[in-house]
Every structure is written in structure tokens, then in C-alpha cells.
Design a protein around this ligand. Sequence first.
Ligand code: WT7
Length: 685
Amino acid sequence: MTNPVLPTPPELDALWPEERLIPPPPHLARRAHVPSRSTLAAFRAEDFPHPFAALADLLVWTRPWRTLFDDSHPPFWRWFEGGELNASANVLDRHLPAAHGRVAYHWIPEEESEEPRSLTYGELLERVETLAAVLRDDFGVHPGDRVTIHLPMSLDLPVAMLACARLGAIHSVVFSGFSARACAERILDSGSRLLITADVYRRGGAILDHKAKADETDALVTEGGGRLDAVLVFTRDAERYASPTPLRSGRDHHLNPLLARRRGTRVPPVPRASNDGLFLMYSSGTTGKPKGCLHGHGGYLAWVAATCRWVLDLHPGDVYWCMADIGWITGHSYIVYGPLLSGVTSLLYEGVPHYPDPGRPWRLARRYGVRVFHTSPTALRALRRLAPEGPGLERPPFEILVTVGEPIEPEVWRWYHETVGARRAAVVDTWWQTETGGHILATLPAADPMRPGSAGPPLPGLEVAVLDEEGRPLPPGSKHAGTLVLTTPCPGLMLGLWGDEERYVRTYYGRFNRNPHSHDWRDWPYCPNDGARIDTDGYVRILGRIDDVINSSGHRLGSKEIESAALAVPWVAEAAVVAVPDTLRGQAVGLFVALGPGAPEDPAHVRRTLEETVSARIGPIAHPHHLWVVPDMPKTRSGKIMRRVLAALVAGRDPGDIATLANPEVVSVLAEIVAGEGTARQPPG
Ligand code: WT7
């Protein structure tokens, strides 16, 4: 049996011809942490889990661990059991006093005329301790409490995360572009009593009122039966509160005066058990409700520290720039925890990459001397389209060019390698997920040859397989696509889903687990829900999600979440969301709706209402790029909407066997509607 959402062998050959290997730039090996694979020869998957003991030495522990790999509660594997440590001490105190004056972050405002602000490791620690003192002494934050942080790309964001970590509180950062409703949903699920937010931020040349969202969030939290004790507001500019939305006395607190009062307070880091929660990061899945991925301390921090050495090759004092947003896992692992563990100087950029023009990233990278640059295929597609000449002759000193988040087309990969890197830098395609905490598949920049479009082999010590529908591994070089699984556990993997053990087991292990009572990790392959193909040499090509998740511009969107938002419009009777292939975003959101009584006559009104509702309930990232109003949905006899048929229609593929549908006649009607689509309005930002 074949999986209908995966490409067939002829489709694979047409779309993804196997590319040749390109050797790594030879000069990288001189300084690299991993000059050749033999450096990490001890990390043999056959010896699992023993080689990973060495990773604990990348961290500073206040109590040493006793059990390397605890398998007593499968598949909730626990690493470095018995050990204690504090995350903020690991990323800050350990570098001091030596790195006191080294810049941790250069914050770059979006407007070029505005002055950048830099924060040294010493200053960062001072800010973290001051905020920790406010959280502890003014708001009673205790170890294990959840604190929700809804901040844009400002220096306050890492400060807030690390202040929570210092106190042993669990931070839950909500991407600033998410709506108040999305924020409220996460607050309710995590049981946070505190929201840290900001007055305003800049994006795409506009000043956005962020505080307004906090008021709406609070109202929705109350409506949902929760309660926020306080809303703490950072101001973008120290001198003034710039939001038109006033502070509400009793609930809202302007942080500046509170911080001023506590300045200079020393707050000792609270030791946490290796497997206590460090942070929550919500991510979309198959159902309408986002999943709270809970990451821990020991395993997570060890894995991000290791991958920063192996994959990003970060050395203390290196200049590094990851253009992601800290509000996603990439930012948590590879703007905050990993880079600070590594002692590098990072750029933290407020705005959109191509503002005010597509030369901006290259100007910045040149000015600061960025050695390791990290971005997404979507950003690269946009930069390439807007300015195919790239950085030109005055190339920044790039040595490693990282990509993450979605499959990268070989043409875009080659542009990154040849035009951005002038063939002197290694391109590293990293495949991983919110759930894995850090990289899983990647080439090692100085040691491994690269293959455009392939994320590469698993990192040392790990093993993966691509399984067919019956759960049998496809042989390397197979012409068939299958489902990727991680066959060894990984120290970076989350502890579980917040408040839902059963969902964790079902979502990630339900499909391929061999025996639910087994304590042997070999019986529990981890299923990331990605389709893949494995090359003869073990390099893996990721083909995209096989569940109801859409990857648009590298953002992970649950089709069910967007459908629920559309169904909130009273006159929408049915809604179905599918991924539409898109040359710029990878995938775009395609929304089908069937209208009920009370629907407006004017198609523009229908479109506007749906666009506004989706944006208000989730955020502009879920904008429906395509909208089709249809008389009926293709359905099974039991009434289930067949999204697969819709997905085939929008991708111009054969919808396959439709004879089993309850209403096969609707398919040709839908095909005509899809073919006659008008142009969709573009989302803001
Ligand atoms: C999904 C995870 C990894 C951090 C950012 C996204 C897709 C991720 C790649 C890549 C092809 C990729 C997968 C994965 N994905 N990296 N290098 N090549 N696809 O984290 O939001 O949890 O999304 O992104 O489909 O399952 P996320």
C-alpha cells in the first residue's frame, strides 16, 4: 500500500532528481570543532546511549547526574537523571568574569536611521537578575510557575526568558505576530498568571500597537475561566510609553520604575532537576488545539550546546546572526540558549529581512562581520527574487550558511551557496522540529559533503529510517518515499506535551510502536510526521508533512485551527483548508468554504470577513492566500470532508479514485471553481 499524500516514484524523479555531492570548503577544517567525522567517532548509534554522557560536560552542573538515560516510563525518556543545574547560570554566569565586556547581542532596530543597542554578557546578566528580582519579589514567581511572554524581537525578550529560567519558572513565549486569542489560548492551557508584553514594535516600516493585544488577551483569558494576576509592560524606548492603549491601573505595570527600584539586586540561580521543565513552546498539530511542547534542562541544553558546536561550529566571540524570531523554537535554541551557551556575539534584528530594501541583510552582515548566518528558505526565496545579485562583491565574511524550517529547492540552495557564499561557505540544511529541541539531520560544515535539497544524514549518535506504510525500512536509494522516523531517542527531545501524556504517546509513537508495554527504546521509533526519501549514502530528503500541518513561509500552521477560525463566522457552514504549492512561501493556505444562511452576496465581503476572522483568531501568518466558495465539499459516506481530493485539485494532481465519495459529482464542479480562481489579496507583512 502507498500513502496517498506522498509523491509516487515517477513524481519524485521529476520533482527531486538526486543531486551530486559538493565537497565542503577545505579551509573550514582548520578551525572547526569537527574537522572530520572521525572527531566524533565515539558517537556510534550502536553504543546508544553511552556516547551522550560526554555531552553533559558541555554544561555546568550544581549536582552531577546519576543515570544517563532513564527508561523507566517509556516513551518518556529522561536524560542525566539526578543532576541539577540552572539554565541562566549556564548561559551567563559561567562566562564571567572573562566575557564581561563581550557583546552578547547587538540589537538592530528596523529603521536604519535608529541607533543599534548592544548588551554585553555582563550587562545581560545584570538585566536578567534585575527582572528576576521584580518577578520574584514583586509578583511572587516561584519555581515551576508558568510565565507567558508575548514580546517582539527586542533585547527584553531574551532577558525575560532568562529571568524566568533563573528563578526556575517555566517560560512560555508566544510569537508576537500571534493574535490575542492565540495568546489567551496558550495562557489558559499553561495556567500562567503573568503576562509579559510590550507597548509597541516596528515591522515593515509601521509602528504596531502591541499593548492593545494584551487587553484583549486578558478579556479572553477571563472569558475562558482563567485569571491573569498582572500584565508587565516593557517599553520599546526606555524614556516613554508609546502605545495609544493606556495602562490599566491595578493590573498593568510599566516595568521601568519597577526595574529601577530593584537594579543591582543579585538573584542567585535556582538549581533545577535535569528533567524539570524549562519552557513551553506551543506548536500546531492535527487537531485544532495547539500542543504545548515542554522542554527540560539537562537533555535540551546539552543537545543545543552540542549542535552549536557540531553543526553551527560556533566559537566564543564569533559573530553570528540567525534571522528567525525568538518566538519560535529556532529562536529559543539558536538565538538564545545555544549561542549564549557558546559565548558568541549575536545580532538581534527587529524587523523584516528586506526592509527597507533587499540589501539590508548583507549590509548588516558586512558591518558586523557575520561568520555564521542562519535563515529560512522563504527568506532566501524572497531575497533572491528581489535582488538576485545577492551581497555582490563586498561579501560579508560568511563561512557557514544555515537554512531551516522547510524543504529548500536545489536552485535556491545553489543561489545561497554560489551567490551569497561565493562557494567559500558551507551551506548547512538543518532538519528538526519544535519537538526535538535541536537539529536531528544536518551535514557537519567542515566534515561532510553537501547535497542541494537534502538535509543530510542524522547527527552522530542518532539513527533514522524511512519506513513504508507497513513500517518496514525502505532501503537507502529506494525510489519510494516513506515516513521518516528517529529510531534512537535524542537528548534534545521534549519531555512531553503539557497536561496530555496520552496525546504525546499517540501523536509521536502511536503509528510505529511495536509494543506499548516495552521498556526497550528500540520499540519506540519517534514519528515526526514528515515524508522523506533516503539516498544511497543515507542522506535524507524531506518531502513535507504527512499530517494536516501546512508549512507556509516556514510557519507551522494547523489546517484544523484555520478551519475552526473560518467556522467562527456564523454564515460559514463548512470549511476545509489545504496546502497550495507556492513558489515564494513553499506552501500557501488554501481555504474552501461552503456558505450557509445569512451569507453576504458580495464575494469581496465574504473574503474580507474570512481574512479578518482568521487574522484575529490566529494571526496574519495564517492568512488564507486562496479562497474558494463552493456549493459542497467532497465527502465520504460518513460525512467526512475529503481534504485529499481538494489538495489534489489545487496542486493540479489527479484526485485519484473518487468513486467511494458520497457525492463524486461535486469534484468536477470544484475543479472548475479552482481553475477560475481570482487573485488573492496579499497578507500584511
Ligand atoms: C517542521 C517542523 C526546525 C525549526 C523550525 C520549524 C519542517 C523543518 C526542515 C528542513 C525540510 C523542514 C518539517 C518539520 N522542516 N526543517 N531543513 N527541510 N523541512 O519547526 O515549526 O516545529 O516545524 O518543519 O516539516 O516537521 P516547526
